[in-house]
Design a protein around this ligand. Structure first.
Ligand SMILES: C[S@@+](CC[C@H](N)C(=O)[O-])C[C@H]1O[C@@H](n2cnc3c(N)ncnc32)[C@H](O)[C@@H]1O
Ligand code: SF4
Length: 385
């Protein structure tokens, strides 16, 4: 039987969407006096990378107005205690350092922050920026590399050549405790994943997030590898990383042991609160999800507009169990998931270790598909009993 390859956890958990209901609870109330992760969305970019599916805009206004709106929003959550902070985008390093500093200064309870990550793009990063970011206490930097290969970079619409990527990663190495990169496979005209992970290991990169490319309308006409070839390329890269001391700490992320990527705990453990602020940012707490409408101009006028959705407790429990799969090991009883787990056992996506089901290397490649099948299994038993 041919099974569709599901590439993202959004697609994988989509069967649950129909159970979401608009809740009449305020996000500020839900997050009051809680601890968790703080995600700050900075949706600015100068580049227009052809492959990108994320919400971003092109700056045509002073950054201070946007940052002031973020700070206004942040003040509403003054009793929230962040344990980790993540600046995502877009390209957060486009903000002047003084503005990033203003955002960090507006966090009232800063005492327990263990990790501050910022995403960046090679072209928007230099020595001065590195020094300034490190001086703000940012200790983890994540570059969207996608591929070192110049031909692939051109097709994806990335603006810097391989030589600059390497130069900037070496520079980051000097200033940050943890350097992480994003790599893509299922690329137009074939993958370069094996060469890319080799280069990352040579450069002593601490963390690697490896994703299959999701084809948007701009990219969809390109021929790309079939599923078998992608699986093979992913497994070769997995073996190489393993041989060189890297372990997967979630289904998409590999670490050399130094990169704890604490932030990832908050989207794999749905019990842990994740407060998202800024246009387009999402978050979750208990069985509630929050989502900010995108669009910067509207956000600046009213940064308090947050949609809150809830889900029935039992359904949410199912999601929680299934989402734990994102961490890479599955401590669950087959129960409601008998059919999907049988598929996973037959196809060697999971193996049994004692009473635990362990995700095998193939299972990392198929993890979102397995999550999707488990979602369907769970909902079948939920609806019919
Ligand atoms: C918002 S970008 C932030 C990094 C930074 N702006 C950059 O481009 O270097 C975060 C990551 O999302 C991932 N991403 C964006 N579009 C994608 C797509 N179409 N398919 C898979 N991953 C994608 C990329 O791996 C990218 O590095
Ligand atoms: S990949 Fe990064 S730099 Fe390029 S458009 Fe997307 S968010 Fe911006």
């Amino acid at each position: 039987m041919r099974i569709e390859w599901i590439k993202t956890h959004h697609q994988a958990l989509a069967p649950f969407n129909r159970f979401k209901e608009k809740a009449h609870t305020k996000a500020t109330k839900l997050f009051a006096n809680r601890k968790g992760a703080l995600y700050i969305h900075i949706p600015f970019c100068v580049g227009r990378c052809r492959f990108c599916i994320l919400y971003r805009e092109y700056p045509n206004m002073p950054y201070e107005h946007f940052v002031s709106a973020l700070i206004r929003e942040m003040r509403k959550y003054r009793s929230f205690q962040p344990e980790v902070v993540y600046f995502g985008g877009g390209t957060p390093t486009l903000l002047p350092t003084t503005e990033l500093g203003r955002i960090l200064d507006s966090i009232e309870k800063r005492g327990e922050i263990k990790e501050i990550t910022i995403e960046t793009t090679v072209s928007e990063f230099d020595e001065k920026k590195a020094e300034e970011l490190a001086s703000l206490g940012i200790n983890r930097i994540s570059f969207g590399v996608q591929s070192f290969n110049n031909k692939k970079r051109e097709i994806l619409g990335r603006r810097s050549p391989e030589s600059e990527v390497i130069e900037k990663l070496k520079l980051a190495r000097k200033h940050f405790e943890i350097v992480s990169i994003d790599l893509l496979y299922d690329l137009p005209y074939g993958n370069t994943l094996q060469e890319d992970v080799k280069k990352a290991v040579e450069l002593n990169i601490d963390g690697l997030s490896i994703y299959p490319l999701v084809y948007n309308t701009t990219m969809q006409s390109y021929p790309h590898p079939n599923i078998e070839e992608n699986e093979q390329n992913f497994l070769e890269a997995y073996d190489y990383l393993k041989e060189h001391g890297y372990k997967h700490i979630s289904i998409n992320h590999f670490s050399n042991g130094k990169d704890k990527f604490l932030y990832s705990e908050y989207f794999t453990h749905l019990d842990k609160p994740l407060l998202g602020i800024g246009p387009g940012a999402g978050g979750h707490i208990k069985n509630y999800e929050t989502f900010h409408p995108p669009r910067i101009r509207r956000y600046i006028m009213d940064p308090y507009r947050v949609n809150v959705f809830s889900m029935p407790e039992e359904v949410f429990c199912g999601i929680r169990v299934i989402a734990s799969m994102l961490k890479g090991n599955v401590k669950i009883l087959p129960g409601n998931f008998a059919a999907s787990l049988q598929v996973a056992l037959n196809r060697e996506w999971v193996g049994l270790r004692g009473k635990n089901l362990m995700l095998l290397p193939k299972g990392l490649f198929w993890a979102n598909t397995l999550i999707y099948l488990m979602s369907l299994d769970f909902l079948r038993s939920y609806v019919f009993h």
